[in-house]
Design a protein around this ligand. Structure first.
Ligand code: RIB
Length: 315
């Protein structure tokens, strides 16, 4: 059991601007929202924060702009003990932002405006990974340039780290990055898009990931863990029979945004500590389920981690 594994996250940082409303507006319609929260977000930062809250040593590689959103985001990461030496401040750029609408059912709609995130360069990734030192796990998502994702996963593989790709938001051009990941962790929408590319439209039943999952795993030779909202998650590994279904506890949903990131951060932490993959996935499902009962992305993580991290340490 590695009690304080080192996880390197190469990914995005955003300022989340979340509005809660009963329903989303039609084109041309103005609605009155119920509440608003300016919070810390970005899939990369969210995953880094959950991994750190769950007890991992975490290094973040990212880009922010030369504005207060950027300096606040770095201060937030640092306050959680995350190594931010790999976070570059690009003074000419704006920090990425994410306007988010959460409807009366707790379902979110997110727009990202990547700003500085899209200016990350591969030489920054190289320098930051050199400085961060050996990692047990390297995690990437798709909110930064794909060349940087490729470099991070390649470097992770070279070092002998476990590589995790959360292919979110899914991009068709990311198809050839999948081969660099030991674990691919999509949600069901991203899984359908990925299956469409790998197997063709006619071979995929949208919304039924369990059907095509074994063929995807056989095609990629990688382990795939699909997050499936209130249904929990689906796990399938090369060389193992069938799909393991991991049910989620029944919870009332206030805001599902960031739950997928909580899942990835918790899964990475458990896996890096030496937990068997099924146990790590079960811990991740429990962790993500607890976050949806609270508003905000990172703002909803601390309580969940406080309840689950001690159990992870004992296992
Ligand atoms: O997954 C949720 C995240 O997606 C938000 O924090 C937002 O910033 C976008 O990156």
């Amino acid at each position: 059991m590695n009690e304080r594994p080192h996880i390197v996250v190469v990914g995005s940082v955003m300022a989340d601007m979340t509005a809660w409303l009963d329903r989303v507006p039609e084109a041309g319609e103005t609605l009155v929202g119920r509440s608003f929260l300016l919070g810390f977000g970005g899939k990369g930062a969210n995953q880094a924060v959950m991994a750190a809250l769950m007890g991992a040593r975490v290094s973040m590689v990212a880009c922010v702009g030369g504005d207060s959103f950027g300096s606040d985001a770095i201060a937030n990461l640092s306050s959680l003990g995350i190594d931010t030496h790999g976070v570059s401040v690009l003074s000419e750029a704006a920090t990425g932002v994410a306007p988010i609408w959460v409807d009366g059912n707790g379902q979110n709609r997110i727009v990202i405006v990547p700003g500085a995130n899209s200016l990350m360069r591969t030489d920054q990734v190289d320098a930051a990974l050199d400085a961060a030192g050996a990692a047990d796990v390297v995690i990437c998502q798709l909110e930064i340039p794909l060349a940087c994702v490729r470099r991070a996963l390649e470097r992770g593989r070279e070092q002998g780290a476990v590589t995790i790709l959360n292919p979110a938001p899914f991009l068709d051009e990311a198809g050839d990055l999948l081969a660099l990941a030991d674990w691919i962790v999509p949600n069901e929408i991203e899984f359908d898009a990925l299956a469409h590319i790998l197997l063709g439209a006619d071979a995929v039943a949208p919304g039924s990931p369990a059907e095509s999952l074994p063929r995807i795993v056989a095609t990629l030779g990688a382990s795939v863990l699909v997050t499936h909202g209130e249904h929990g998650a689906l796990l399938c590994r090369p060389g193992e029979d069938g799909v393991q279904k991991i049910p989620a506890p029944s919870v009332s949903v206030v805001d599902s945004s960031g739950a997928g990131d909580a899942f990835v951060g918790a899964f990475a932490r458990a896996l890096a500590s030496g937990a068997p993959p099924l146990d790590a996935a079960q811990a991740a499902v429990r962790c993500a389920s607890l976050t949806v009962g609270l508003p905000g992305t990172q703002a909803s993580f601390a309580q969940s981690a406080a309840r689950l991290a001690p159990a992870l340490d004992e296992s």
